[in-house]
Design a protein around this ligand. Structure first.
Ligand code: AMP
Ligand code: GLY
Length: 422
């Protein structure tokens, strides 16, 4: 069995690490990966190779997969989905666990996602779409603040403004529709919702939906959920603040109907359908969908997964009726980021050796020079603790974080603040 993982961050490190533990004894290839992922080989007694091909070079990746007889390809980043890697691979007869670009519009176009939810009555915030500043401004005057303004398209997590005042909202509209900050486009204006958020990742093929355990991300840069939005600064699983009955409801009334709707619309989904959900007073509602594994949610969800991930994906690709099973332990992980992130940040920070700490360390952005590991990106390392309870997992994680810390790295000290007693 030969498995190709596409991507280079902590998420792909976790996917490759989990794949390496499969009973199918796979050889693992990661394109392009990062040097920190090579530690998987020693940890799991598996062959792991980095392949120097960019994640968006779809034809090159296809040729590599053909020449090397890859049996299964798993895709991490959205950018690879956007260049329709799934269609390119399938046209060559290659097995890939990833959605087509048409199905991935559920993430890449907010308008597509909102219209789909509206048509199929999938619970989400009320919304309107605008291209014209004056019309958007008029709607703002009617609705008032707080209100949420989202750029319709990929904006690297920075295209969402939760405006608490009219002034903030108007500035966001000017920014997106008059100054074309993210390029010429549309905005979706949404009703402001409140409640705890959670990430529900599901493995999907057509109408088949296999839920994984939920996780909670921490999107703001600093303690107390302050500071700018980031790709995510920490995560944990399970999420006790969300009752199991609400998760089951979300699977039945959100994830399954969405998979069914994509089939009905002629763009069936195959891959990871990620619901970014909020438990409001009226039950779970969709904040956003992603068409891929979340980062850093994946780095806590996969350690908790007991099932063989490679086998699970192969079975789902054959539409076999399967369920995912999980360990009882709790997992909590903390991002160590370069000072300045998500703005311009310190580069080339020398790092301690992850192999020297007992905790799991997933490498998000690292490189090696003369045998020394350095940072290579804004989010650098993800340290995962485990325990019988989330409190224990948190203590364990921060022990590892302290050992990996450096004056040029920062981290949030309150990951898991919503856990009772923490
Ligand atoms: P998104 O990129 O759509 O996930 O939005 C980023 C963050 O903005 C979410 O994680 C929420 O915290 C917040 N957000 C997005 N939409 C809403 C909404 N309708 N009501 C309240 N908060 C929202
Ligand atoms: N952690 C949120 C995301 O992957 O988009």
């Amino acid at each position: 069995m030969r498995i190709l993982v596409i991507g280079r961050g902590g998420r792909e490190h976790a996917i490759a690490w989990k794949m390496a533990q499969s009973a199918l004894k796979p050889e693992i290839f990661i394109a392009p990966g990062n040097v920190g992922m090579l530690s998987i080989a020693a940890q799991t007694n598996t062959q792991v190779k980095l392949v120097n091909i960019d994640e968006t070079a779809c034809e090159q990746l296809r040729d590599f997969a053909l020449e090397n007889h890859i049996d299964l390809t798993v895709v991490g980043p959205e950018a690879a989905l956007a260049c329709d890697i799934a269609t390119v691979f399938r046209a060559a007869g290659l097995r890939i666990f990833a959605p087509t670009a048409a199905a991935a519009r559920i993430e890449s176009s907010k308008e597509f996602a909102k219209d789909l939810m509206h048509k199929y009555q999938i619970p989400t915030a009320a919304y309107r779409t605008f291209e014209d500043y004056d019309a958007a401004k008029q709607y703002l005057n009617e609705q008032g603040a707080p209100i949420v303004i989202k750029y319709d398209g990929l904006a690297a997590g920075k295209g969402v403004v939760v405006a608490m005042t009219m002034e903030e909202a108007d500035n966001a509209l000017k920014d997106m529709l008059l100054d074309n900050h993210f390029g010429k486009g549309k905005v979706v204006m949404e009703e402001f919702l409140q409640g705890p958020e959670f990430s529900l990742l599901t493995l999907v093929n057509g109408e088949q939906v296999v839920p994984l355990v939920i996780a909670q991300d921490h999107k703001r840069a600093y303690d107390g959920d302050k500071g700018p939005n980031t790709g995510g600064m920490g995560a944990y699983a399970p999420v006790p603040v969300i009752p199991q009955a609400q998760i089951d409801w979300a699977v039945e009334h959100i994830m399954k109907p969405t998979a069914k709707a994509l089939v009905a619309e002629g763009c069936p989904f195959c891959g990871i359908l990620y619901g970014g959900l909020m438990l409001t007073q009226d039950g779970p509602k969709v904040i956003e969908f992603n068409a891929r594994f979340g980062d850093p949610e994946t780095e806590v969800v996969l350690p908790k997964l007991k099932s063989d991930l490679a086998q699970l994906m192969l079975d789902i690709l054959e539409n076999k009726d399967v369920k995912a099973e999980f360990y009882d332990e709790a997992f909590l992980g903390v991002v160590l980021a370069a000072k300045g992130y998500p703005g311009s940040y310190t580069k080339n920070i020398p790092l301690n050796n992850p192999a020297d700490v007992p905790q799991l360390v997933f490498c998000m952005g690292v490189k090696e020079e003369n045998g020394q590991l350095y940072s290579n990106g804004g989010r650098v390392l993800f340290v995962v603790g485990k325990g019988k309870t989330l409190q224990e997992a948190k203590q364990d994680a921060y022990k590892g974080v302290e050992k990996m810390a450096h004056p040029d790295l920062f981290y949030r000290s309150d990951i898991g603040w919503q856990i009772k007693g923490s």
